[in-house]
Design a protein. Structure first.
Length: 162
């Protein structure tokens, strides 16, 4: 009986819909992964005591290389995040400006140009203390920063590190 059952098992490949092929990662995704590998290698060279100034200079350089309006938004977000949570350490994460607490990324800024999207993104990782019930947002689309958005971002960042 077991031999008969064994002959009817299908391979994992046969469960994939016919005619659907995976295109793999996009060029932008591959570039982000390569940037992450470079970040990890640079961190290993520096050793366990990552210099906060090195992280900040790398983040500011990354922001400076962004096209407008992402550059202006990145500069403003950097200032808001530093003012709201001075304990966060700036660093690069998959080639994006990010801010970490105890070595874990809490939030990050993804320019619209990074993955060719129509808006920039402010995202929070699972290390962010934003839990509210059974569901809460962890990423926000940014088209522009007004005083209202800046105040909301400041409050979110404070809550994320609390």
């Amino acid at each position: 009986m077991k031999a008969a059952q064994k002959g009817t098992q299908k391979s994992a490949k046969s469960t994939i819909a016919i005619g659907k092929t995976s295109k793999g990662f996009t060029e932008e995704e591959r570039a982000a992964m390569k940037e992450r590998v470079q970040e990890l290698k640079a961190a290993a060279r520096r050793g366990p005591r990552e210099d906060k100034a090195d992280g900040e200079s790398a983040v500011l350089a990354k922001i400076a290389g962004m096209p407008e309006p992402d550059r202006a938004m990145g500069k403003r977000l950097h200032a808001i995040i530093k003012a709201s949570a001075p304990a966060l350490s700036p660093r690069l994460w998959y080639g994006m400006p990010a801010y970490a607490k105890d070595g874990k990324v809490v939030c990050f800024f993804q320019s619209a140009q990074k993955f060719k999207t129509r808006y920039a993104t402010l995202g929070f990782s699972d290390a962010a203390n934003l839990d509210e019930g059974a569901m809460w947002p962890v990423a926000f689309a940014l088209k522009e920063l007004t005083a209202a958005e800046e105040a909301r971002i400041g409050a979110l960042v404070k809550k994320a590190v609390s």
